[in-house]
Design a protein around this ligand. Sequence first.
Ligand SMILES: CC(=O)SCCNC(=O)CCNC(=O)[C@H](O)C(C)(C)COP(=O)(O)OP(=O)(O)OC[C@H]1O[C@@H](n2cnc3c(N)ncnc32)[C@H](O)[C@@H]1OP(=O)(O)O
Ligand SMILES: CC(C)C(=O)C(=O)O
Ligand SMILES: [Mg+2]
Length: 515
Amino acid sequence: MQDKVWIFDTTLRDGEQALKASLTEEDKILLAHTISRLNVDVMEVGFPVSSPADFRAVQRIAREISGPSICGLARAVSKDIEACGEALRPAEKSRIHTFIATSPLHLEHKLRMSLDDATEMAVKSIKLARNYTDDVEFSCEDASRTPFDDLCRVVERAIDAGASTINLPDTVGYVTPDEYAAMIRHIRNNVPNIDKARLSVHCHNDLGLAVANSIAAVQAGARQIECTINGIGERAGNCSLEEAAMILKMREDHLQVGCDIRSEEIYRASRQVAKICNMPVQPNKAIVGENAFAHSSGIHQDGVLKAQNTYEIMSPETVGVPNNQLNMTSRSGRHVIEHRLSELGYQKSDYDMDSLYESFLALADQKGTVYDYDLEAMIHFNQITDKDDFYQLQFVNASSNSQSIASATVGIAMGEQLKQEAATGNGPVEAAFLALERITGKAVDIVEYNLDATGQGASSLGQVDMIAKYDGRRYHGTGLAADVVEASVHAMVHVYNLIHRAAKVSSLKQQRKAG
Ligand SMILES: CC(=O)SCCNC(=O)CCNC(=O)[C@H](O)C(C)(C)COP(=O)(O)OP(=O)(O)OC[C@H]1O[C@@H](n2cnc3c(N)ncnc32)[C@H](O)[C@@H]1OP(=O)(O)O
Ligand SMILES: CC(C)C(=O)C(=O)O
Ligand SMILES: [Mg+2]
């Protein structure tokens, strides 16, 4: 690597500021371990003065995590610095991050003080922080809206006072990459003691430029990027760690700098943050979105099958995604079908591609994604059996209240037979699923369960989208109903019908082989 950019993760501080419910101490510890596995250089894990719970969480992380430097945030006031220093005391390596706004707007309206007064507070706080650690970071909040000359004056004083990292945030995500790079260059060229500090950037995403601004700043000489997993953070979020890190890794040739992030840990970290913070990742999100390594159109699938790098600039394994995905949809072509079938053990002579492709398109138009068992059904039955569902939901009765255990009774027609079962559970959905399990005799593993509302206001419908695993295979079930328990039961019945159909296809395959 030519030169290194430090990665400063602030998922547990700036990221946490954006959550509707604060993270518990246990959540923070779990995420802290995950973040440290990414091999970040610094992790900012809280604002100790803000609450006793945050103080305790920072202290526990400081005690438990080794490797990265553990950092806490503090305003430029003594009580914040002291709380931060105390919370970080058990850390192997600690950093106190103190800040004060320097822009005319923030000085006049928020802090109601002059730049000189703010500078004196910064100097005093940095000196106090140095009593706790040699590693002190100072941020000029709203730096990107601060006149360059003012920034130079504050930065010089902060370095003289003992700050070894100077952070120049684009707090409100306002500037463009060229403006931000010009600011970094100006500071590097005009602050006499700048060589005694590492320059850091902290970008918000209000105009969608957080990552671009961070990289432009690196090109201008910044050597620390402050970022969060999945880009979570105040308002539109912060620079996304996975995007910044992968740009540095993938384009080291061009940027002449890299970073030490263990990229194979990225996907796991992203999933965990999304789940624990209850902030789902959009499917088309770079690096970690569900579609980041999925190919859906025939021309792309054909290209990837011939040479993966035709449509993939990095392999999914590089970021810990198990494999790429070739979605079979009505935009797919013959090549991907042939490839999938050969992976399933079929030879070209087992089917007539033209007629298979015709059935494939009809089914894909009807249901969106075509799965392996659909392909096999087309080969073996030469027709689609989606309409002949084996399990038909007859009724579901569920009851729950805050004082007793939830219960549900479900009735299912299975061919000529009507079967009903009752069960109890932690909630009505679990009770209904257990009743279904008793009816079918099949215990499935729920890998994903998403409940959403479709429509507006009180008339909206509950929409359930779930992935369940049975016998090593994954099945995707969906359900829609005014009642969320009913929608859930529809989705699970959908899964059972797919399992039933897959079993039918595989027994037919066996019979043909034997005969
Ligand atoms: C850009 C950022 O992300 S900054 C970090 C933002 N994060 C947070 O605010 C989360 C943690 N915050 C908190 O828990 C609380 O806001 C606390 C404990 C810090 C302060 O709470 P309170 O004392 O009740 O004050 P409140 O939050 O209402 O107002 C902030 C005060 O700090 C002052 N202040 C703001 N930034 C700074 C700073 N960097 N240094 C010194 N004072 C500051 C404000 O001017 C205001 O002072 P005032 O009371 O004299 O008007
Ligand atoms: C505290 C600072 C670094 C911050 O979060 C910001 O300016 O956005
Ligand atoms: Mg911020």
